[in-house]
Design a protein around this ligand. Structure first.
Ligand code: SF4
Length: 326
């Protein structure tokens, strides 16, 4: 059980990283208009270190910030910061190829409208859609299925927005110091009992990543230069890739599943993270070309931040090379 509050960064409260302030910008459902994407690009170029990071929850990060004041103003003007009180809990990851942004927007608005939910943990996660149902959300929607801590306990709902808000309130009322529903003793059973169980076929949560293509390009090691994709409406995926309109210039991005970059990820490492025992991103680049049958993740220390879900080959810096974990 946790004994301290979570310290997830937001766009208002920055994380003091070794390379300056780090802002995490929640993008529920991952959808940004061209104007919003340009606002993020310009902020990264003018206020940050000129790069934009994609996270495993389809959010964005800007690094190297002096403070969050100017960034927050710009995000608010672009419609990317609709709630100051709830901004860290706007964690809704959606299947990026489904037509679900309206549902995500309704969920986001309903969660942000409830004052009690402002103090949900920053790690709280809602998934929307079958393709992301296995990403370990606290709550998940897949059709009429309401997943609890990533499992189908038999709850079926007719009003998904009301169901998620109700379940989030129940979690909040019983969580104590826990950050995730899976950490609450009897939490899943109690929420299941509140809704009741329907008979019928069970749903098996899955993760169905989007394959790289010119319409769904991957971002090498999850980091874009702020000059990339000017004037393009994008949808972020939880696999550090983007959905872009046909005809978009995707130079420098991963468009081929056979690319050596495909399936390779890395944490921040040196110099951005003071805990890192190595420059993992440089080491990952140097390693590229080595055949790998599964996703590969490089970490600068045993915390293994950003490790993708599922079966992964890991390289974890030890201070004396890397430990390989299979
Ligand atoms: S895994 Fe370690 S080195 Fe990498 S970002 Fe996390 S804390 Fe930093």
């Amino acid at each position: 059980m946790r004994s301290h509050p979570d310290a997830c960064p937001g766009a208002v409260e920055l994380h003091a990283a070794a390379d300056g302030g780090l802002a995490r910008i929640r993008v529920p459902g991952g959808t940004l208009s061209a104007a919003q994407w340009d606002a993020v690009r310009l902020a990264a170029a003018e206020l940050g270190n000129g790069s934009i990071e994609l996270t495993s929850r389809a959010n964005l990060q800007i690094r190297g910030l002096a403070d969050g004041v100017e960034l927050a103003e710009r995000l608010r003007a672009a419609g990317l910061l609709p709630s100051w009180s709830h901004e860290r809990i706007r964690n809704i990851v959606a299947a990026p190829l489904d037509d679900n942004q309206d549902l995500v927007d309704a969920l986001d608005a309903a969660l942000c409208a409830d004052p009690e939910l402002a103090s949900l943990p920053g790690r709280f996660l809602v998934t929307v859609g079958a393709a992301v149902s296995g990403l370990g959300g606290d709550l998940g929607l897949a059709g009429d299925v309401l997943l609890l801590a990533g499992t189908d306990t038999g709850v079926r709902v007719s009003d998904p927005v009301d169901a998620v808000v109700t379940a989030a309130r129940l979690f909040q009322s019983m969580r104590g110091p826990a950050w995730r529903l899976s950490e609450v003793d009897d939490g899943v059973r109690k929420i299941t009992a509140h809704f009741g169980v329907s008979s019928g076929a069970a749903f098996t949560p899955v993760v169905t990543p989007v394959a790289p293509s010119p319409l769904t390009p991957g971002v090498p090691l999850g980091r874009l230069d702020a000059s990339q994709l000017p004037g393009v409406a994008v949808r972020l995926t939880p696999w550090r890739s983007l959905v872009v309109p046909a005809g978009t210039d995707v130079t420098g991005l991963i468009t081929d599943p056979a690319s050596p970059w495909h399936g390779v990820s890395a944490c921040t490492g040196r110099p951005g993270c003071a805990k890192s025992l190595s420059d993992v991103r440089a080491d990952a680049r140097a390693w590229l070309g080595t055949p790998h049958s599964r996703p590969v993740h490089w970490s600068g220390c045993a915390r293994r931040c950003g490790r993708p879900a599922g079966e992964v080959i890991e390289f974890v810096a030890t201070g004396d090379g890397y430990e390989e974990i299979r």
